[in-house]
Design a protein around this ligand. Structure first.
Ligand code: AMP
Ligand code: ZN
Length: 451
C-alpha cells in the first residue's frame, strides 16, 4: 500500500513500525461548531483508517482536542469556569458530528488542558538540551538550533531574522520565527494558568500535540494527519519540538488533506464562508450524501462544495442503497462471479495507490451497472457491503425500505407479465408509482427504485 508522504514528497510503500499502526490526527479547536471543511479533515482520517482496516491492519488512533489557545482565552474572558463551559459544549458538538457522519471513533481524545504535565516535561527537556530559552514573557524554541527545521514544509531558514519571535498562536505563514512553548501568566489570562516547574502560565499551541502523541503512541510512531494549512507552522514546530527533545525520528508518514473550498476560497471561520453540518441538513441533504461528497474527491485535491455536487452525491448514494434494497438472496451466475473478482482487484489496487477513492467509486458503480444487467445474487450483494466498509455510508439510517404493499403489487405485476396481460401490468405499474416507486424491468426480473 502506497501513501503520499509530505516529508519526502513521494508515494511510499507503507510499512508499520509494530503490530498496531499508530495514527495521530490534529483534532478540533473547540471554540465553535466545526465547519464542513474541518469535517473533511476528520473524514480523511476516517477514510485512511477504513482503508487500513480493509487491508487487515490494526490501528491505534489518537485525536487531540485543543481546549486552550489565544482565541479561547479571549472568548472566556480569562475565566476558567467559562473556558470549561465553552469547550465542553463544542467538544460535544464535534463528537455528535462524528457520529452523524458515521466516523469510526478514535481510541483516545485527549484534551490539551489535561496533558499539561507531559508538555512541561518536554519543555524541560528542550531547556536542558539547549533548544529553548527564557524571556520575560515566556519560554521559546530556538529554530536555528534545530538542524532540520522546516524540512517538512520546505521552509528556508536563510531569511530568519536574529531574535524574531512570536508569542501568538497564529502567525504569518511565510517566515520562520522562534515560537512560544510556554507563555508566562499575564493579566488578560485571569485565572487561567497552571503553576508548574517552568513557571506560572499556559502552553503555546504546538507543544500539546508533541505531548499527547508521545503519551499515547510513543516518541516514534507511524502516521500523522491534518489539513494542509497545519503544515506550517504547526506540524513543522511539532516535529522540531519532538525530535529535539527525544533525539529520534518523530513520525514516519505525514499525510495532509487539501481544503474544502467554497466559491474558489478555502472554507474557514475567519473568512466567514462556512457551513456547519446542520446547515446542509437543513437544506435537505442527507448525512450520507454529505459524507459521500466529502470523501469522494482524492484527499490531496481541493474540493468544491456546491448544491450541484451535493445533489450528485445524493444520487450516487441512492444508487448504492437501491442496489442493496433490491439484492436477491440467490446464487450468482458465473459471469457475476468473475466480475466480482475483477472488481475486488480493482478496488484493492485503487486503495493501494494512495487511497484513490475516485477509482474505488468508479469500480463499484461500474459493477452495480453490470450486476443489474447480469442478475446479482448473494456474492454481488456482499461485495457492495464490503466496499461500504471503506465508504462508510450508514446503511441503516437511510435504508431504502420497500413496503410490503409495493412488493405485493410488484409480484402481481410479474404474474400479469407472464400471462402477457400488458394492460394489467401497466395499471399495476401506475399504482406502484403512486406509492412512490418506479420499476426497472431487467432480464432477471424487476428492480424497484424510489422516486
Ligand atoms: P481547527 O479546528 O481549526 O483546529 O481545524 C481542525 C482541522 O480541520 C485541521 O486539520 C485543519 O487543517 C482542518 N481544516 C480547516 N479548514 C479546512 C478546510 N477548509 N478544508 C479541509 N480541512 C480544513
Ligand atoms: Zn496538532
Amino acid at each position: 500500500m502506497k501513501l503520499y508522504n509530505t516529508l519526502t514528497r513521494n508515494k511510499e510503500e507503507f510499512k508499520p513500525i509494530g503490530k498496531e499502526v499508530g495514527i495521530y490526527s490534529c483534532g478540533p479547536t473547540v471554540y465553535n461548531f466545526p465547519h464542513v471543511g474541518n469535517l473533511r479533515a476528520f473524514l480523511f482520517a476516517d477514510l485512511l483508517k477504513r482503508c487500513l482496516l480493509f487491508k487487515g491492519f490494526k490501528i491505534k488512533h489518537v485525536m487531540n482536542v485543543t481546549d486552550i489557545d489565544d482565541k479561547l482565552i479571549k472568548k472566556s474572558e480569562g475565566d476558567k469556569e467559562k473556558l470549561k463551559e465553552i469547550t465542553i459544549k463544542y467538544e460535544r458538538a464535534f463528537k455528535k458530528n462524528l457520529e452523524e457522519l458515521n466516523i469510526i471513533p478514535a481510541d483516545f481524545y485527549p484534551r490539551a488542558t489535561e496533558s499539561i504535565k507531559e508538555m512541561v516535561e518536554i519543555v524541560k527537556k528542550l531547556l536542558e538540551r539547549g533548544y529553548a530559552y527564557k524571556t520575560s514573557d515566556g519560554i521559546y524554541y530556538s529554530v536555528k538550533k534545530f538542524k532540520d527545521y522546516g524540512k517538512l514544509a520546505g521552509i528556508n531558514l536563510d531569511n530568519l531574522k536574529e531574535g524574531a519571535r512570536v508569542n501568538n498562536d497564529e502567525y504569518d505563514k511565510e517566515s520562520a520565527k522562534d515560537f512560544a512553548l510556554w507563555k508566562f501568566w499575564q493579566e488578560e489570562d485571569g485565572n487561567i494558568f497552571w503553576e508548574t516547574e517552568i513557571g506560572k502560565g499556559r502552553p503555546g499551541w504546538h507543544i500539546e500535540c508533541s505531548a499527547m502523541s508521545s503519551k499515547y503512541l510513543g516518541e516514534h510512531f507511524d502516521i500523522h494527519t491534518g489539513g494542509i494549512d497545519l503544515l506550517f507552522p504547526h506540524h513543522t514546530n511539532e516535529l522540531a519540538q519532538s525530535e529535539a527533545a527525544n533525539g529520534k525520528k518523530f513520525v514516519n508518514y505525514w499525510l495532509h488533506n487539501e481544503h474544502l473550498m467554497i466559491n474558489g476560497e478555502k472554507m474557514s471561520k475567519s473568512l466567514g464562508n462556512f457551513y456547519v453540518l446542520s446547515d446542509l441538513v437543513n437544506k435537505g441533504f442527507s448525512l450520507n450524501a454529505i459524507r459521500y461528497l466529502l470523501i469522494s474527491t482524492h484527499y490531496r485535491q481541493k474540493l468544491n462544495l456546491t448544491d450541484e455536487t451535493l445533489k450528485a452525491s445524493e444520487e450516487a448514494v441512492k444508487r448504492i442503497l437501491e442496489f442493496i434494497a433490491n439484492a436477491k438472496n440467490r446464487e450468482d451466475n458465473e459471469k457475476i462471479i468473475s466480475l466480482i473478482k475483477e472488481t475486488k482487484k480493482a478496488i484493492e489496487k485503487a486503495i493501494d495507490d494512495d487511497l484513490n477513492i475516485a477509482l474505488v467509486l468508479s469500480s463499484i458503480f461500474k459493477f452495480i451497472r453490470e450486476a443489474n444487467k447480469l442478475g446479482a445474487g448473494k456474492k454481488a450483494y456482499e461485495l457492495v457491503i464490503k466496499t461500504n466498509e471503506i465508504l462508510g455510508l450508514s446503511l441503516e439510517k437511510e435504508k431504502i425500505e420497500i413496503p410490503e404493499e409495493v412488493s405485493q403489487l410488484v409480484e402481481e405485476r410479474e404474474k400479469a407479465r407472464k400471462n402477457k396481460d400488458w394492460k394489467k401490468s401497466d395499471d399495476l405499474r401506475e399504482e406502484i408509482k403512486k406509492l412512490g416507486f418506479i420499476l426497472d424491468d431487467a432480464k432477471d426480473g424487476v428492480r424497484v427504485r424510489k422516486i
